[in-house]
Design a protein. Structure first.
Ligand SMILES: Cc1ncc(COP(=O)(O)O)c(C=O)c1O
Length: 402
């Protein structure tokens, strides 16, 4: 390219240094391969149910196509409060207040707003890894320094050592991301771990950005949902929740989510909404109300389907002595490692070519993820069984070659 056409030199260093997604390379390679089973993306294969779509089309047909409340329509904020009452049984001994909620243009937008609100140039943000790459990239775009805190994998699965986490906190630390259940590992914090992290936040004044997006996709024995900061929160705790309609109600393409914050900062957050999305379309918000009020059956169906999916992939891969993983308690990913295959960037490409299965390389999820692969199991039984048997055949072939 001639210098004259190299416009990138005129862009900001921050824009230029945003990292490419580590998943895209495999996706590009395998996207149009005939018969591929793609398990690389972080979404299920079910479309948004018709009863949710109809709420949007009805609203559009009724002319709800204008600018609207930056914080979200009152009906949705109230529905969010009622939903949280149902799922978490109130907050601080009272029903949830609608004033705590701000509607956003996706979970990702909620993360961006949370970071803009609490961290900027010169600040540090701690991300326990392996982690969804967008946390670190979004912090970097705000000029903050990302401190990766590696979780440990051992006989007890993935472990977040909160004492070691405390050592990563410096006077410049502004926030810690806590994504439980985790994308990509499925690690799900128990209440004691959440309590220890909250104690750290209380001691140091550092914000917690709590991403409980997968909190309802829970396969542990103890209940219907994962443990949540809501279970232990006090009124003066510095916790910002980021969440989305994407996963629970199969609405990844819609781009609508929410934040839940202490009421004292709602106005500031709403101002940030003004200068980013300027609000979310009313017809999408009507659909979101319907999802919250009528979507429990669909969500339960998705969770049951994912649980079966987990049994299929864990059963098949678990039978191989070369494959190791911790059975996830939540989310819908199997994060696994294959002995003798340390370079998973290349492995992702090879598995497309040699097994016709598409998965995300662990390198996309932080340094500690190198050597691991992520497979999404939010799929129907047939597709997953096909993917699992292809992987098993591939493993058997490699075994014979050893
Ligand atoms: C952990 C986590 N948080 C947030 C999101 C954001 O979801 P969305 O931007 O689709 O609402 C995702 C999506 O994959 C995720 O995995």
């Amino acid at each position: 390219m001639s210098d004259a056409l190299d416009f990138s030199r005129f862009l900001t260093p921050i824009a230029r240094s945003a990292p490419p997604s580590g998943i895209v390379e495999v996706m590009r390679h395998g996207f149009s391969k005939p018969g591929i089973v793609p398990l690389w993306a972080g979404e299920g294969d079910l479309p948004t149910p018709p009863f949710i779509c109809s709420a949007a089309t009805r609203s559009m047909a009724a002319g709800e196509t204008f600018y609207t409340h930056q914080a979200g329509i009152p009906e949705l904020r109230e529905a969010l409060a009622r939903y949280h009452d149902r799922v978490y049984g109130g907050l601080f001994g009272k029903p949830f207040s609608a004033d705590r909620f701000v509607v956003t243009a996706s979970g990702m937008h909620a993360i961006e707003l949370a970071l803009t609100a609490v961290a900027g140039p010169g600040d540090e943000v701690i991300v326990p890894t392996p982690a969804w790459p967008n946390f670190a990239a979004a912090a970097g775009l705000r000029g903050a320094t990302v401190v990766q805190h590696p979780m440990r994998f051992g006989n007890d699965g993935w472990v977040l050592d909160v004492e070691a986490l405390a050592e990563a906190v410096t006077p410049r630390t502004r926030a810690i991301f806590v994504n439980s259940p985790s994308n990509p590992t499925g690690w799900t914090a128990d209440r004691a771990t959440l309590q220890a992290i909250l104690a750290l936040s209380r001691r140091t004044g550092v914000w917690i950005i709590a991403d409980e997006v997968y909190g309802r996709f829970f396969y542990g024995a103890e209940g219907e949902r994962a443990a949540s900061f809501h279970d232990i929160l006090a009124e003066d705790d510095k916790v910002i929740f980021v969440n989305t309609f994407s996963k629970n109600w199969a609405m990844t393409g819609w781009r609508i989510g929410w934040m839940e914050v202490p009421p004292a900062i709602v106005e500031t957050i709403v101002n940030l909404v003004q200068y980013t999305s300027s609000g979310t379309a009313v017809f999408m918000q009507r659909a979101a109300v319907t999802a919250l009020e009528e979507g429990e059956g669909f969500l339960a169906h998705q969770v049951a389907r994912s649980r079966r999916g987990l049994d299929i992939v864990a059963g098949t891969l678990g039978a191989s002595s070369r494959v190791r993983f911790a059975r996830p308690d939540g989310a819908f990913y199997l994060f696994f490692t294959i002995d003798g295959e340390p370079d998973t960037r290349k492995l992702g490409i090879r598995l497309v070519d040699e097994a016709n299965v598409g998965m995300a390389p662990g390198t996309a999820f932080g340094e500690v993820g190198a050597g691991w692969m992520r497979m999404c199991f939010a799929r129907g039984e047939e597709r997953l069984s096909l993917a699992a048997s292809r992987l098993k055949e591939w493993l058997d072939r490699k075994e014979q070659m050893l």
